[in-house]
Design a protein around this ligand. Structure first.
Ligand SMILES: Nc1ncnc2c1ncn2[C@@H]1O[C@H](COP(=O)(O)OP(=O)(O)OP(=O)(O)O)[C@@H](O)[C@H]1O
Ligand SMILES: [Mg+2]
Length: 202
């Protein structure tokens, strides 16, 4: 039997629904403008300029679209990686090299991801930056994702030992909430970038 959801889990679900709805209401023009502005902000970060191996994601569900930024990264000669659901290790992600020729498939969440190919897998410890998607964030960097715990697991080494890739949350301005409930496994982000703001800095 599934145990009854706690009140904090219910609140998290309600917040996810509310913010997902808000971002899904953005028009294609707003989305396009947001994606361009986000790209400019990310390009201006010394942290990005000095990094070579950058993991990011493909937009889904009204998420801010990293595509203009990905294209800039490619032009700069940087290596881009996308998350792929781990085939055996439930709840974990692999990161695969991504370029314009990468064979793609659709995963069980209906998200596009590179076709699994061990030659393209990049160990997480060798990534410099992971730009994480998020559903909501607050001014202390607390982050609510889609509820799978994938990024909390991916970033747990960084959280505990400051080892591995530096996480940067990216999202729309409307995904900011003044205070998010958090659980012991949630990894707070040291930096969140939106089209109009930069939140916290480690
Ligand atoms: N480091 C971890 N080890 C084991 N389980 C974890 C870890 N991090 C999160 N989880 C589990 O994952 C589940 C979902 O976590 P949570 O609700 O925080 O997801 P989320 O942060 O919204 O999702 P995501 O990280 O995919 O964006 C929880 O049941 C939690 O126990
Ligand atoms: Mg979490």
């Amino acid at each position: 039997m599934t145990p009854p959801a706690s009140s904090s889990q219910l609140l998290r679900q309600q917040l996810r629904q509310q913010v997902r709805y808000a971002r899904q209401q953005l028009s294609p023009q707003q989305q396009q403008h947001a994606a361009q502005q986000l790209s400019l902000r990310l390009q201006a970060l010394p942290l990005i300029q000095h990094s070579q191996h950058i993991a990011i994601y493909l937009a889904n569900d009204g998420e801010i679209d990293p595509q203009p930024f990905i294209e800039w990264l490619w032009l700069q000669g940087k290596s881009v990686y996308l998350p792929v659901l781990h085939p055996f290790s439930k709840g974990h992600l692999l990161f695969l090299h991504y370029d314009a020729t990468t064979p793609m498939t659709t995963n069980r969440y209906h998200i596009r991801e590179p076709k699994l190919d061990v030659r393209r897998v990049k160990p997480i410890a060798e990534l410099d930056i992971i730009c994480t998607p998020l559903v909501a964030f607050d001014g202390t960097g607390q982050r609510l994702g889609m509820g799978g715990g994938y990024y909390d697991r991916t970033l747990s080494q960084w959280h505990q030992h400051r080892q591995g890739p530096y996480p940067i949350g990216i999202g729309h301005d409307c995904q900011y909430l003044s205070q998010l409930p958090n659980e012991k496994w949630d990894v707070p982000l040291p930096l969140v970038i939106t089209p109009n703001h930069q939140f916290i800095e480690a």
